[in-house]
Design a protein around this ligand. Structure first.
Ligand SMILES: [Zn+2]
Length: 228
């Protein structure tokens, strides 16, 4: 089946764009990592073996939610089960998996990234590290799905990171935020033990963000005549 509704031309191009951006930012290296976006019951996902810094829409495959290929000529990522699992369990719109250096370093040492900076609340707060399992296995998918409960991100022990969000742009932003936070955490721990935000402080951030529509731009109100 390759009719236009299942071909997801725009989504395939968007996935390729997202990969090239994440590669330019240093989060995707070589062929390591994979990205997908969902449109209804179809998922556009990177092909296994594609060099992500120069991936094209032709190297993005379309599958259904059971993993059957419906468009494209290349075999999808070996972490397909993980991507599909995130869509099924969390009803999300896009998934990004990287072996980004800072996130992977944290995932090699810690059991969680504590909520030491208020921006981590955009990911749900403390980021869990899913126990290690061999790449591409159901065991890994289950482990990561559990770690994502109530979160937009999870780290994968001795492996990398996963983020998800309603849109592809947001999932990419989550990946960039997580990598930044892991880098800051590394610098902070070099100086001592970072303070962690307590529950009250975290709740106040969420309330302030909701009240101020934080994270979006706001036009300055026009200057009123006679009010200059
Ligand atoms: Zn991986």
């Amino acid at each position: 089946m390759t009719d236009s509704s299942s071909a997801l031309g725009q989504e395939r191009a968007a996935v390729a764009d997202a990969c090239r951006r994440l590669a330019a930012e240093g989060l995707l290296i070589g062929t390591a990592g994979n990205v997908s976006v969902r449109a209804g019951d179809r998922v556009a996902v990177t092909a296994t073996g594609a060099v992500l810094a120069r991936i094209t829409a032709d190297e993005v495959t379309v599958v259904d939610l059971d993993g059957r290929v419906v468009a494209g000529t290349l075999r999808p990522t070996s972490e397909l089960e993980l991507h599909l699992g995130v869509y099924r369990r969390y009803g999300t719109g896009a998934v990004v998996h990287t072996h980004a250096p800072m996130a992977t370093a944290v995932a090699c040492v810690l059991d969680e990234l504590p909520c030491f900076h208020y921006q981590l609340l955009a990911l749900g707060g403390t980021v869990r590290v899913a126990p290690y399992a061999t790449f591409g296995t159901s065991e890994l998918a289950v482990s990561v799905l559990d770690a994502l409960d109530g979160r937009g991100a999870a780290l994968m022990a001795n492996h990398g990171a996963v983020t998800h969000a309603p849109t592809l742009d947001q999932a990419v932003e989550h990946a960039l935020l997580l990598e930044w936070a892991c880098g800051v955490y590394r610098h902070a721990t070099a100086m001592g033990r970072p303070r962690v935000l307590d529950e009250g402080q975290q709740r106040a951030v969420i309330e302030a963000a909701l009240a101020r529509d934080y994270g979006t731009t706001h036009p300055v109100p026009p200057v009123q005549e006679g009010n200059r």
